[in-house]
Design a binder for this molecule. Structure first.
Ligand code: NAD
Ligand code: TYD
Length: 361
C-alpha cells in the first residue's frame, strides 16, 4: 500500500496518543503513522493491540531523550510531521519525583526539536505539533475569565513547570530556527484508555470494585473537561490549518467541580450495572489535599474555533457514558495496565489517597 504522508507520533501508546492514532487512521487512512513510545509505566502496547498488523501503524520503542534513536527514526521513516505527546503527565508523580519530568518533558522535547530541525532543513510544508496543557498558565480564581493564548505563563506544579519549559523551547525553535511549530494548550481530557491514576478512571475502576473513591481536599477544585477524541480532532486541525509559531487553546467549555464530576461518574457506573440510583456515592472519601492543588483551569477556545474551524462536539454527558461503557467492556485492559509490575503507581506513589477521611463539605 502506498501512503501519501508519514507522521511521527510520540507517546502514541499513552492515553491521548493512542486515541490520536485511532482518530488519524479513521480520518486520514492514507497516512502512515509511526508510533514512537518508550513504554514507561504509562504506555502499553495492549492499548493498540488491534492495530498490530495494520500497515498504516508502525510501532517503534524508543526514548525521546535518546538522540541516536531519534535520528535513526527520522532517517528511516522521513516523517512529514510530528505530533509530540510523549511526556510524564501526572501532577501527583511530579510532586514525588520531579526529575523524570525535566528529563522527558524538557530535555526530550529539545532532542526532538533538534532532530526535526536537522531532518527538515528549510522545508516549510511540515509541521511540528507540540501538545501542551492549560496548566502552564497557573490557576484561576472563581470569577476570573478563562485562560487565553496571551495569558502570561505561571506554572505552579513541577509537571506544569516542565511543560511550560518545553513550550518555551518549542517557541524558541520556531523563532530562532524557523521550525514550523504549532503549540496546543488543552484542558483536562477524559475518555477510553486513560490510566487509572487520573481522576475519571480512578473513580470508574474503584466503583466497579466497590472500593473507596479518593477525592482530594473537599472536591471543590474545578476543571474544564474535553472528550479525548475531540482533542485528537483539534490536533489534526492544528496540523493541517495551524499557523507556524502560533498557539491554540483547546478545551471543552465545560467546567465542573471535582465532587460533581465524581458523583456523575459514580451514577453512570451504577446505571450501566443496573445498581440502584446513588448506590456508589457513599464510596467517596475526602482525603488529604494535593500540595499546591490548583483551584481552577479553563481555556478560551475562540482562536481554535475561528482559525482551525474546530469545536468540541461531544457533550460531557455523552462522553461520560461512552467512557464508562468503554471501561466496563475493557476490564482485561484495566487488569493488563495495572498488573503487578505496574502497580507501584497505586501503592507507592500516592500515600495521601489512603489518609484518614476528612469531614465532608
Ligand atoms: P500518558 O501519560 O497517558 O502517556 C504518555 C506516553 O508517553 C506514554 O505512552 C509513555 O510511555 C510515553 N513516554 C513517556 N516518556 C517517554 C519518553 N521519554 N520517550 C518516549 N515516550 C515516552 O499522557 P497523556 O495523558 O496521553 O498526555 C499526552 C500529552 O498530552 C502530554 O504531553 C500531556 O502533557 C498532554 N496533555 C494531556 C492532558 C490530559 O488531560 N491528559 C491535557 C492536556 C495536555
Ligand atoms: P488529574 O486527573 O490528576 O488531572 P490534573 O491534576 O492534571 O487536573 O486530577 C483531576 C482533578 O481531580 C484534580 O483537581 C485532582 C483531583 N483528583 C482527586 O480528587 N482524586 C484523585 O484520585 C485524582 C487522581 C485526582
Amino acid at each position: 500500500m502506498t501512503f501519501t504522508r508519514t507522521l511521527l507520533i510520540t507517546g502514541g501508546m499513552g492515553f491521548i496518543g493512542s486515541n490520536l492514532v485511532r482518530v488519524l487512521r479513521r480520518e486520514r487512512p492514507g497516512w502512515r503513522l509511526i508510533n514512537l513510545d518508550a513504554l514507561t509505566y504509562a504506555g502499553h502496547t495492549v492499548t493498540l493491540d488491534d492495530l498490530r498488523d495494520d500497515p498504516g501503524h508502525v510501532f517503534v520503542r524508543a526514548d525521546i531523550t535518546d538522540p541516536d534513536a531519534l535520528r535513526h527514526v527520522f532517517d528511516t521513516f522521513q516523517p512529514d510531521g510530528v505530533f509530540h505527546l510523549a511526556a510524564e503527565s501526572h501532577v501527583d508523580r511530579s510532586i514525588d519525583a520531579p526529575l523524570a519530568f525535566v528529563r522527558t518533558n524538557v530535555e526530550g522535547t529539545v532532542h526532538l526539536l533538534q532532530q526535526a530541525r536537522q531532518a527538515w532543513g528549510d522545508r516549510r510544508d511540515v509541521r511540528f505539533v507540540h501538545v501542551s496543557t492549560d496548566e502552564v498558565f497557573g490557576d484561576l480564581g472563581p470569577d476570573d475569565p478563562p485562560f487565553s493564548e496571551d495569558t502570561p505563563y505561571h506554572p505552579q506544579s513541577p509537571y506544569a513547570a516542565s511543560k511550560a519549559a518545553a513550550d518555551h523551547m518549542a517557541r524558541a525553535w520556531a523563532h530562532t530556527f524557523a521550525l514550523p511549530v504549532v503549540i496546543t494548550s488543552c484542558t483536562n481530557n477524559y475518555g477510553p484508555a486513560q490510566l487509572p491514576e487520573k481522576l475519571l478512571p480512578v473513580v470508574i475502576t474503584r466503583a466497579l470494585r466497590q472500593e473507596p473513591v479518593p477525592v482530594y481536599g473537599q472536591g471543590l477544585n474545578v476543571r474544564d473537561w474535553l472528550f479525548v477524541e475531540d482533542h485528537a480532532l483539534a490536533l489534526l486541525a492544528a496540523f493541517e490549518r495551524g499557523q507556524p509559531g502560533r498557539t491554540y487553546g483547546i478545551g471543552g467549555e465545560r467546567e465542573v467541580r471535582n465532587i460533581d464530576l465524581v458523583h456523575a461518574t459514580l451514577d453512570a457506573v451504577d446505571q450501566h450495572l443496573h445498581r440502584p440510583p446513588g448506590h456508589s456515592r457513599p464510596l467517596v472519601r475526602f482525603v488529604t489535599d494535593r500540595p499546591g492543588h490548583d483551584r481552577r483551569y479553563a481555556m478560551n477556545i475562540d482562536r481554535a474555533r475561528r482559525e482551525l474551524g474546530w469545536t468540541p462536539s461531544t457533550t460531557l454527558e455523552d462522553g461520560l457514558q461512552r467512557t464508562v461503557a468503554w471501561y466496563l467492556h475493557h476490564t482485561a485492559w484495566i487488569d493488563a495496565v495495572t498488573s503487578p509490575e505496574h502497580r507501584d503507581f497505586q501503592t507507592r506513589w500516592y500515600q495521601h489517597r489512603d489518609a484518614p477521611p476528612q469531614d465532608a463539605p
